[in-house]
Design a protein around this ligand. Structure first.
Ligand code: ATP
Ligand code: MP5
Length: 260
């Protein structure tokens, strides 16, 4: 069985973070493992609190995983703080981790900061060089590039700025657009669109976590990058179309929609 590790934050309400990642992995038939960087107290209406684990404890979790069940792919989500990012990078290097999908989670849909401001530089300098693909949404791509994004040309400019310090695949997600849900892949000066029909569903809690875990699951199963993204896109669209409606705010997706 193929194995995938998520390094991210826990969402006690089950819609985003580690919980969304593990559900996505189970739905793909891969064996999911988790190293928890932070515990959050949150639900569909917002984040009430964050409890960071220590660097030592996060490293201990990674040692336990890598020395026993080696992951075929790694997804990285909410990593909160500088020291944790440095710890993760050290362990990924030490164990030669491969197929690394990095979702640069910065702010929750509900508006809470999930990555401290002074950690963004560390993320770029220390963790980006290890990633095969990064999956910023438009606001994250703006922070990473310093370009204000309104048009498709702005996206290209932002990707080329990010490309100055990141050598891998850049998937810019269009979930925040109003007219469509197209995602754009940039790689070494080339661009490819992954077309998405906008689903009229307010319940989008955890879409980014789900997409990045679906891509990691596909990479673990041996798909190439573009096929992994295409399959991930189809999976997220299906999960949104299912129309699950839980909670009082922006609710979670049905990760198991294919089993219906
Ligand atoms: N309403 C929608 N209809 C169809 N696809 C969507 C919709 N909203 C998001 N997506 C898709 O979901 C994936 C995640 O994109 P999004 O831009 O929402 O990421 P994100 O903001 O990082 O997610 P998160 O809400 O977890 O922070 C992308 O493939 C995007 O196109
Ligand atoms: C632990 C954790 N990780 C990631 C997100 C981002 O997801 P969203 O933007 O849908 O709130 C989150 N809310 N919580």
């Amino acid at each position: 069985m193929k194995t995938v590790l998520t390094i991210a934050g826990s969402d006690c309400s089950g819609g985003a973070g580690i919980q969304a990642d593990l559900k996505t992995m189970a739905a793909h038939g891969v064996y999911g493992m988790s190293a928890i960087a932070a515990l959050t107290a949150q639900n569909t209406t917002g984040v009430a609190g964050i409890y960071h684990v220590s660097r030592d404890f996060l490293e201990q979790q990674l040692d336990c995983i890598f020395t026993d069940i080696y992951p075929d792919a790694v997804k990285i989500g909410m990593v909160s703080e500088k020291e944790l990012i440095e710890g993760i990078a050290g362990k990924l290097k030490q164990y030669g981790a491969k197929n690394i999908v990095l979702d640069p989670v910065m702010v929750s849909t509900s508006g809470s900061r999930l990555l401290s401001g002074d950690a963004i530089g560390t993320l770029k300098e220390v963790l980006f060089p290890l990633a095969d693909i990064i999956t910023p949404n438009v606001p994250e791509a703006e922070v990473l590039s310093g370009v204000s994004i309104r048009t498709k040309e702005d996206m290209e400019e932002a990707a080329s700025k990010i490309g100055e310090y990141f050598d891998g695949y850049i998937l810019m997600k269009g979930g925040h657009s109003v007219e469509d849900a197209n995602d754009y892949l940039f790689y070494h000066g080339k661009k490819k669109m992954f077309r998405g029909t906008r689903v009229e569903n307010e319940n989008t809690h955890g879409t980014g976590c789900t997409l990045s875990s679906a891509i990691a699951s596909n990479l673990a199963m041996g798909c190439d990058m573009e096929t992994s993204i295409q399959n991930g896109k189809e999976y997220i669209t299906g999960a949104l179309l299912d129309g699950l409606d839980l909670g009082k705010g922006s609710g979670p997706l049905n990760h198991m929609y294919r089993l219906k």
